[in-house]
Design a protein around this ligand. Structure first.
Ligand SMILES: [Zn+2]
Length: 506
C-alpha cells in the first residue's frame, strides 16, 4: 500500500436506472441491510447529479472515465447518446452507432471502441495490477468477463469468484486492484414494467443480496478491511404523462428517415421525451447550417421546403429546443435555446456561451425575457444568474437542489461532440414517443433522458474499509466517483478528468 493509499482494492458496482430517492427510501425502510452497512460507516450522497441527457451510454461512460461527452478528439468520453450518427469523424462517416441488445460478448465491447482516445477509464488511470470487469461495458484496460443471461445474481457472483480464485482469471493469484461490475436488468424492468412495479423493486433487492454475497466473500478471504466498495447508478427515471405515435407526423411532412447503408434520407431521430434530430447537411457527412435547416428540401417529390425549427415545434408537448450556432469551435461557441412559455403564450430565446474544455470549461447563460429553468425562484441558484461565465463546480453548487441541475454546463459539453445531433427538443416528460429511426418501437411511458431531478439524481455510496472517512455529502456529481476511488487507492486522476475526489473538496 502506498503511503497515501487508504485501501488496496476498489470495487465499483453500477446498478442501471435507480433514482437516489428510491434506493434511500428502501434503505430507510430497512430493506437494504447490506447497502446500509456500507453506507453507515462510509461516504454517502443522496443528491448526486448525473450527466445530461440522462441516458445510459453517455452517463455510464462518463462515470467510468470521470469526463463528459465533450470534443472527444481532444478530451472527453465522446459518447453523446444512445444511438448517434458518426458523420464527422472519418473513416466511419455516416455510420450509425447501434444499440447493444441480444448480442454476444463482441458487441458488448463495442462501446470501448467508441470511447474517446484521450480520456482514460478508471483502469487506465491506475498503475499496475489486475483489472476486472463483470459485464462492465466500458471495460477498456481490463479483463472483461460476463455470463449469459445477464442477471443481477450472476454478474455480482463473478465478483465473488474473482476474489475467491483470482488465478481462474489472471496469470498471477492477486485479487484485482480495480473491479467494475454492471447490473443492467433493473433498467429493462423499469422501461417495461415501471419504477413502481414490484418486479423492479425486487430486482434492487436481488442487487442488495448479491452485494451481501460480495461482502461475505471479502470478509472470508480477508480483503474486506482493505477494500472500498462504490455503488452508483447511471441515471434515474420518470413516467411520461402521455404516449404518442410520431410516425404519421414525419410521413405527412415528407421527411424520410436516413438509411446509413445507402446514404440517403432527410433525418435521423430517436425520441423518448427528449428528441435528438440529425438532418442532412450539404451531404450526410456534414452537419447542416441553421439556414439549411430553415429552408430544408424533403426527399419526397412535390413537398415544399420546410423550416425544420417550426416543424419540430409542431410536435406535441415540445417545451425546449437547443441547437448550435454555425461557426462554433470546439473551444468556443454558442448554443441557442428556445422555450415555449405557456403563460406568455410565445417563445422565449436564450443562449449558452462556452469557452474551453474539460475542467477548464466555463459557460454563461443569458435570456431575452425570463429565466426559463426556474433558477430565479431559488435563492441559491438565483445568485448565479449574473451574466458571467461559470465553471461546472459553480453551476453544481448553485443548482444541485432544483430541476435542471448543471444543465448550463452540460448542454455545451454535449454539442461540442462532433457526433452530437443538430437539434434537441424536450417535452420534459409530458409526452413519450418511443421513436427510433423512423419507427415507433415502444409504447412504454417509463423513461429516462430529461433534466428533471427524478431522472438526474442518483445514489453515490462508498464504503467497506474502516479507512474510508464517514461523510454525508449535500451534493456531488457522478464524475466524482472515479477520482475519489483513485484517491483512496493513492492515485492521481488523469488530466482529462472533470470530476473531483470528494475527499479533497469537501
Ligand atoms: Zn441506464
Amino acid at each position: 500500500m502506498s503511503r497515501s493509499a487508504k485501501v488496496n482494492q476498489v470495487i465499483l458496482v453500477l446498478i442501471d436506472d435507480v433514482r437516489a430517492e428510491h434506493l434511500f427510501n428502501l434503505m430507510n425502510k430497512g430493506k437494504l441491510p447490506n447497502i446500509s452497512r456500507i453506507t453507515e460507516n462510509g461516504i454517502m450522497c443522496s443528491n448526486c447529479i448525473t450527466s445530461y441527457p440522462s441516458i445510459t451510454f453517455p452517463c455510464y461512460s462518463n462515470i467510468i472515465t470521470g469526463t463528459y461527452s465533450d470534443y472527444f478528439l481532444v478530451q472527453g468520453s465522446g459518447i453523446p447518446q444512445y444511438h448517434y450518427v458518426k458523420r464527422s469523424d472519418p473513416p466511419s462517416i455516416g455510420k450509425r452507432f447501434p444499440k447493444i441488445v441480444n448480442c454476444g460478448e463482441g458487441s458488448l465491447l463495442k462501446l470501448n471502441k467508441e470511447l474517446g482516445p484521450n480520456c482514460k477509464t478508471i483502469f487506465e488511470q491506475a498503475k499496475d495490477g489486475n483489472f476486472f470487469s463483470a459485464l462492465n461495458i466500458v471495460s477498456r484496460g481490463s479483463l472483461m468477463v460476463s455470463a449469459k443471461p445477464y442477471t443481477t445474481e450472476r454478474i455480482l457472483k463473478l465478483v465473488e469468484d474473482v476474489f475467491k480464485e483470482p488465478k481462474k482469471f489472471f496469470e498471477n493469484n492477486e485479487v484485482p486492484l480495480i473491479t467494475v461490475a454492471y447490473t443492467p436488468y433493473t433498467d429493462h424492468l423499469m422501461h417495461h414494467k415501471g419504477f413502481d412495479h414490484l418486479d423492479y423493486t425486487n430486482e434492487i433487492l436481488k442487487f442488495e443480496k448479491g452485494l451481501g454475497g460480495i461482502i461475505n466473500t471479502l470478509k472470508n478471504t480477508g480483503y474486506y478491511d482493505s477494500t472500498a466498495i462504490g455503488i452508483i447508478s447511471d441515471h434515474g427515471n420518470y413516467k411520461a404523462e402521455k404516449i404518442f405515435d410520431l410516425e404519421p407526423f414525419f410521413q405527412q411532412k415528407g421527411l424520410i428517415t436516413y438509411t446509413p447503408r445507402k446514404g440517403i434520407g432527410d433525418f435521423d431521430c430517436n425520441f423518448g421525451s427528449v428528441g435528438f434530430f440529425n438532418f442532412r447537411g450539404e451531404t450526410w457527412h456534414h452537419h447542416p447550417t441553421i439556414q439549411q435547416m430553415q429552408k430544408f428540401k424533403p426527399s419526397v417529390i412535390g413537398k415544399q421546403n420546410l423550416n425544420l425549427f417550426d416543424t419540430l415545434w409542431e410536435i406535441p408537448g415540445v417545451k425546449y429546443m437547443y441547437y448550435r450556432d454555425n461557426d462554433n469551435k470546439p473551444e468556443k461557441g454558442v448554443i441557442q435555446i428556445e422555450y415555449k412559455d405557456k403563460n406568455i403564450g410565445r417563445k422565449i430565446r436564450g443562449m449558452i456561451e462556452y469557452e474551453g474544455f474539460g475542467q477548464e470549461q466555463k459557460t454563461r447563460y443569458t435570456y431575452d425575457v425570463n429565466d426559463f429553468y426556474g433558477y430565479s425562484k431559488d435563492e441559491e441558484s438565483a445568485k448565479i444568474l449574473d451574466n458571467r461565465f461559470h465553471t461546472i463546480e459553480e453551476w453544481l453548487e448553485a443548482t444541485n437542489r432544483i430541476d435542471f441541475p448543471m444543465i448550463i454546463d452540460q448542454i455545451p459539453r454535449y454539442f461540442k461532440n462532433p457526433r452530437s445531433c443538430d437539434i434537441i427538443v424536450s417535452t420534459l416528460g409530458k409526452f413519450g414517443f418511443g421513436y427510433e429511426h423512423g419507427k415507433t418501437v415502444g409504447n412504454y411511458p417509463y423513461l429516462h433522458d430529461i433534466a428533471l431531478r427524478e431522472s438526474m439524481i442518483v445514489p453515490f455510496i462508498i464504503g467497506g474499509s474502516a479507512e474510508i472517512p464517514p461523510m454525508e455529502l449535500k451534493y456531488c456529481k457522478t464524475t466524482d466517483m472515479v477520482p475519489t476511488l483513485l484517491d483512496l487507492l493513492g492515485f492521481k486522476p488523469h488530466s482529462s478528468v472533470v470530476g473531483k475526489s470528494i475527499l479533497k473538496y469537501f
